[in-house]
Structures are given as C-alpha cells and as structure tokens.
Design a protein around this ligand. Structure first.
Ligand SMILES: CC(C)(COP(=O)(O)OP(=O)(O)OC[C@H]1O[C@@H](n2cnc3c(N)ncnc32)[C@H](O)[C@@H]1OP(=O)(O)O)[C@@H](O)C(=O)NCCC(=O)NCCSC(=O)C[C@H](O)C(=O)O
Ligand code: MG
Length: 351
C-alpha cells in the first residue's frame, strides 16, 4: 500500500510533467508567433540556386543566351544592371523573353527595382500585370521574384499590395527572394522575415531566400572594399544566421572582378563553408567556378553516405556517439551529412 509520502511524490511528478509539457508547448507556439519555422528544410521543395546570374533586361542578345548558360537561377534584371533610360525597354524585352524562353532546370527569376525607387510598381505592372498588353498565362510568368534593397517592413507591405493587384485573379504564387543591402535592412531583417512568413502562410508568395547585396552594403557603411572582405564579415555572418532561422536559402555577395577567377574560387568556397547556399554571378566566365564551389564533392558525398549508414547501425546497437574515420560522430554530424545529401539530390548535374 502506498504511503502518504509516495502518493505525494507520484502527484508531484505528474504535476511537474504537465508543467514541462506546457512550457514546451508555449515555446513552440511563441516560436511560430515569432515567425520561426519549426519544420525541417528537408521536407520542403528545394529549388537549387547555386548560381544566381543577372541577365540585363535591356540586352536581348544576352536574354536569348539563358537556356544555354548552365545556371540554376537566371535573373531577368530590371534594377542596377539596367540604365535608368532603358527601364521601359527592359520591361518590354523581359515580357517577350518570358514568352519565347524554354528552359529546363532553370529557375527563371525577375529582379524588380526597389520600393524606394518607385519603379517597382511599373516593373510589376508591365511584366506580371496588364500595363503593356494582355496579361500572360501563369506558366509564362517568372517562377521567382527578387526584391532588392528591402530596408523596412513597410516596403514589403507596399510590394505585396502591388503584387496582389497585378495577379488579376490568376493563381500565381511566385517564390520571393529579398535583399539585405544596408544597415537598416540588416537591423530590420528579422521583422521583415516575420512579415514575409505571414504573407507566405496567406499564399501571396513563397518566401524562399535572402541575398546579401554586399556592394550596396559597402557603400552604406562607407567601407573600403578589400579582397578578403573583412569589412563585411559581421553582416555576411548575421544574414546567414537570420535566414537559416527562417529556413531560407541564402545567396552570397557578387565578385565584381570578372577576370579574377582565383579570387572568385576562394570566396565561393569560403561562402559555401560559411553556410551560403549559392552566389550571385554577373558574367558567363564565373558560372563554372561558382557552380562547383556550391556542389558537394564526390568525396564529401561518400563521407555523408557512409556516416549516415554508420550512424544507423550504431543507433540499432544502442550507441548515440561513435568514432568514424577518427572523428567523434553524433547527431550534429548526422545533420551536416544530411544537408550535403539534400543539396546533391536536388541539383541537376549535366548528363
Ligand atoms: C559586365 C557586362 C556588361 C559585360 O558584358 P559584355 O561587354 O558583353 O562582356 P563580354 O564581351 O566579355 O561577354 C562575352 C559573351 O558573354 C555574354 N554575356 C556577358 N555577360 C552576360 C550576362 N550577364 N548574361 C548573358 N550573357 C552574357 C556576352 O553577350 C558575350 O556574348 P557573345 O558576344 O555572343 O560572345 C555583363 O556581363 C553584364 O551586364 N553583367 C550583368 C551586370 C548586372 O546585371 N549587374 C547588376 C547585378 S550585380 C548586383 O546587383 C550586386 C548587388 O545588388 C549588390 O549590391 O552587391
Ligand atoms: Mg545592390
């Protein structure tokens, strides 16, 4: 028969269990409210964007090259790659290009101008809406929209309202990738991502990534651009941390010296090791180097497969940690190995 003390102990344990469960539930709810995703990336559709290449909209010759570039993401550019007096022509060319371009395994994206430029509305009206002719079928619209220089939540609200109005009742839900290009944008990034997560839940767009606009960022902080990018390290790191908290892809800075392929290789590998999932590209010469840097090597893939196999075997025999190729392996290493395989499974290698 249970004594008074043991009954007290049983009750105490039950109450403790309830408190712990409630605390846990509260934490999950508050994380969702804060905008953080609790689901693993592994279950989401993954569009590889190792190379994010700008193709200026004013240049039809360059636009025609898109199917043969071999990039993951081709950006139909309306912003800084297009002179102010060529914006109207660029919009026309892009609309035409969207009709004739046939691409396989390429994310066809549109970079509009920033909200602060007051050109964004006309970009969306002309290319997505009906400002210059019959609205295009959903299959002919860009799969992804890139929104640069996003400094404040209010700008995302303005963009979203305009996007809603140019959808014209079509079922169009593009991926959205936004840019951090200033100290304001960096400071407000978390709030902007929270708002973007809300709009994604409403089905207006699918928030999918963040780009580090390093050149504009350098100008904003008044730094000198150096080859090892020391002046950018804080922003470069912080953007990864926030983007990953929201389970987003994160695209690294552009390498403006087109002839410097060594420097491009070094910074690409560095970016990939830091956690970036891809890099901005401006010239065909840069594509192969960047694509390779963001593709796990066959050696790394073999390591990941063998580690996962070893992990599963050790789990069955009741061991959480074990030694593999001289390294202590436990759950974090398993997650790293799975990250590698996720990239490999989703990238399209040339046959
Ligand atoms: C920089 C360029 C203007 C150079 O163009 P061009 O003078 O034509 O170069 P080449 O003669 O060496 O080109 C060789 C061939 O390759 C084709 N080419 C070149 N660039 C592209 C491209 N981007 N897309 C498609 N095809 C391209 C040429 O047509 C030549 O073809 P052929 O004649 O048949 O041999 C040009 O590269 C360019 O415009 N690049 C993009 C510039 C741009 O969009 N910049 C803005 C994006 S970067 C950014 O915004 C950073 C970020 O926001 C931040 O703040 O950090
Ligand atoms: Mg920029």
């Amino acid at each position: 028969m249970a004594t008074r003390q043991s009954l007290f102990l049983i009750n105490f344990c039950k109450q403790l269990n309830t408190i712990v469960q409630d605390r846990c539930k509260d934490r999950v709810i508050s994380m969702i409210r804060m905008g953080y995703s609790t689901v693993s990336n592994i279950d989401q559709t993954y569009i590889p964007r190792r190379t994010v290449m700008y193709v200026p909209g004013h240049d039809p010759k360059k636009l025609k090259k898109i199917p043969n570039l071999g990039v993951d993401c081709a950006v139909l550019e309306c912003e800084d790659g297009v002179a102010i007096n060529m914006k109207v022509q660029a919009r026309k060319n892009i609309r035409e290009a969207l009709e004739y371009l046939i691409v396989k395994n390429v994310d066809l994206a549109l970079r509009v101008n920033s909200c602060s430029s007051q050109l964004m509305e006309d970009d969306l009206g002309a290319i997505i809406g009906s400002d210059i002719g019959e609205p295009a079928k959903v299959e002919r619209l860009p799969q992804t929209i890139l929104l640069p220089k996003l400094d404040h939540v209010q700008e995302l609200v303005t963009f979203t309202e305009r996007l809603k109005s140019v959808k014209l009742n079509r079922k169009y839900c593009p991926y959205l990738i936004t840019y951090v290009e200033s100290t304001q944008g960096l400071m407000n990034m978390r709030d902007i991502m929270k708002q973007a997560a809300k709009y994604s839940e409403e089905g207006i767009f699918r928030m999918d990534g963040v780009v580090f606009g390093s050149d504009d960022f350098v100008a904003d902080i008044g730094a000198d651009r150096t080859s090892d990018a020391k002046e950018l390290i804080y922003a470069r790191q912080k953007i990864i941390a926030i983007a990953k908290a929201f389970r987003l892809q994160v695209i690294d800075m552009v390498h403006v010296d087109i002839e410097d392929l060594e420097g491009l290789k070094r910074t690409s590998i560095e970016g990939a090791k830091m956690g970036y999932t891809g890099k901005q590209v401006i010239h065909p010469k840069q594509i192969q180097t960047v694509q390779e840097a963001f593709t796990p090597s066959p050696v790394k893939v073999k390591w990941a497969h063998e580690l996962i196999e070893g992990f599963e075997q050790h789990q069955k025999s009741g061991k959480g940690a074990f030694v593999f190729r001289g390294q202590m392996i436990d759950m974090p290493l398993l997650r790293q190995a799975k990250n590698i395989l996720r990239v490999v499974e989703n990238v399209h290698r040339p046959s």
